[in-house]
Design a protein around this ligand. Structure first.
Ligand code: TLP
Length: 354
């Protein structure tokens, strides 16, 4: 039980005492000179977990996705990706602005492009058309409520992309959640793709950092691009040390977060004025809708009132749209906290009347 139940994101997780200890003890050097042994150790561990030749510690998931896109595209080329993807929606259009690439967003059912959608989206050779250089996939999918796709689904998309001469990037910010949910190894999801980014700083609870993995050649290009973006860190081993603990100790416990997310969704199911589908909760994210018989404007005002009402009871939730709220479970939220959040939301909704 915590004083504040913070369900806004798993990025809010605080480092564990073991992480802080590892950070204090970390052996460090200048990583721009490639002389930080702890960073090297983390990168090697990450590459091994992803089944790739090499890894690169970056400052954030956003930077990892950006260097991956920049490393595999040229200005004027096109990137095919899901309409609700994080790269397209929440990365400040960095790839368009810095990489000069054009985004080709495609609407999907659960956040995952189907092979046929990729086949259709890839541009044929024609003097008028941009070259499709990259296809991006996201697993788990943030805006689709932590939905999971299988390694086989990724492989099917990658096969189409590769046959058309495009490369594939996996935004695996929460790839370990997908792996735990499906009982598969992270490297199975990464095998079909050319680059993968995963975050240490979300459910794995490290304070800072993501890792980009791919071929040694791709990672060397990404290293140069990271420097260009200002992400060349010096004694970054203090951060990498926490990342190592994250990989060693924090992966298996993600299943608790998934149990808590399902309990939250179950607790909210059937509440009048809320639209929630517990069966759709696959990992640590629950997205629910707020409804009102009088229409969208009334539902939006209920949504705002719900966020504020929860905050007044020290339960923090995040509105990701006018009438939708996201809750993310993580290691700093326990079963009692979930019960408190359910109670707070149910009480507020009960006041809405029929
Ligand atoms: N997502 C954050 C916010 O940016 C929305 C969150 O709270 O969920 N890919 C995916 C799928 C993500 O969910 C995120 C972060 C990122 C990339 C970017 O990671 P950071 O925040 O480390 O730049």
């Amino acid at each position: 039980m915590h004083d504040i139940v913070d369900l806004r994101s798993d990025t809010l997780t605080l480092p564990t005492p073991e992480m802080r200890e590892a950070m204090a003890r970390a052996e460090v050097g200048d990583d721009v000179w490639e002389e930080d042994p702890t960073v090297k150790r983390l990168e090697a561990m990450a590459a091994e977990r992803m089944g790739k030749e090499a890894g690169l510690l970056v400052t954030s998931g956003t930077q990892g996705n950006l260097v991956s896109v920049l490393a595999q595209t040229a200005p004027g080329q096109e990137v095919v990706l899901d309409l609700d993807s994080h790269v397209y929606n929440y990365e400040v259009a960095g790839a368009a602005r810095i990489g000069g690439v054009q985004m080709r967003p495609i609407a999907t059912a659960r956040g995952f492009l189907a092979p046929d959608q990729v086949r259709e989206a890839v541009r044929p050779a024609n003097i008028h058309l941009p070259v499709t250089a990259l296809v991006c996939v996201e697993n788990t999918h943030n805006r689709h409520g932590g939905s999971v796709c299988t390694p086989e689904q990724i492989a099917a998309v990658a096969e189409v992309a590769h046959a058309a001469g495009a490369r594939v990037h996996l935004d695996g910010a929460r790839l370990f959640n997908a792996a735990v949910a499906l009982g598969r190894e992270p490297r199975e999801f990464a095998r079909p793709v050319d680059s993968v980014t995963f975050c240490l700083s979300k459910g794995l609870a490290a304070p800072v950092g993501s890792v980009v993995c791919g071929s040694a050649e791709l990672v060397e290009r990404a290293r140069r691009l990271r420097k260009m973006l200002g992400g060349g860190m010096r004694q970054a081993g203090v951060l990498a040390a926490a990342g190592i603990v994250a990989l060693q100790r924090m992966v298996d416990r993600l299943r608790e977060d998934h149990v808590h997310a399902r309990a939250l969704a179950d607790g909210l199911a059937g509440v009048p004025g809320l639209r929630v589908d517990p069966a759709a909760v696959a990992t640590n994210i629950v997205i629910f809708g707020v409804t009102h018989a009088a229409g969208a404007a009334a539902a939006a005002s209920r949504t705002r009132a719900l966020v504020e009402g929860c905050a007044a009871q020290k339960v923090k939730v995040h509105a990701i749209g006018a009438t939708s709220i996201r809750c993310v479970t993580h290691k700093d939220v326990d079963g009692a906290d979930i019960a408190r959040a359910v109670q707070a939301i149910r009480e507020i909704a009960a006041g809405w009347g029929p």
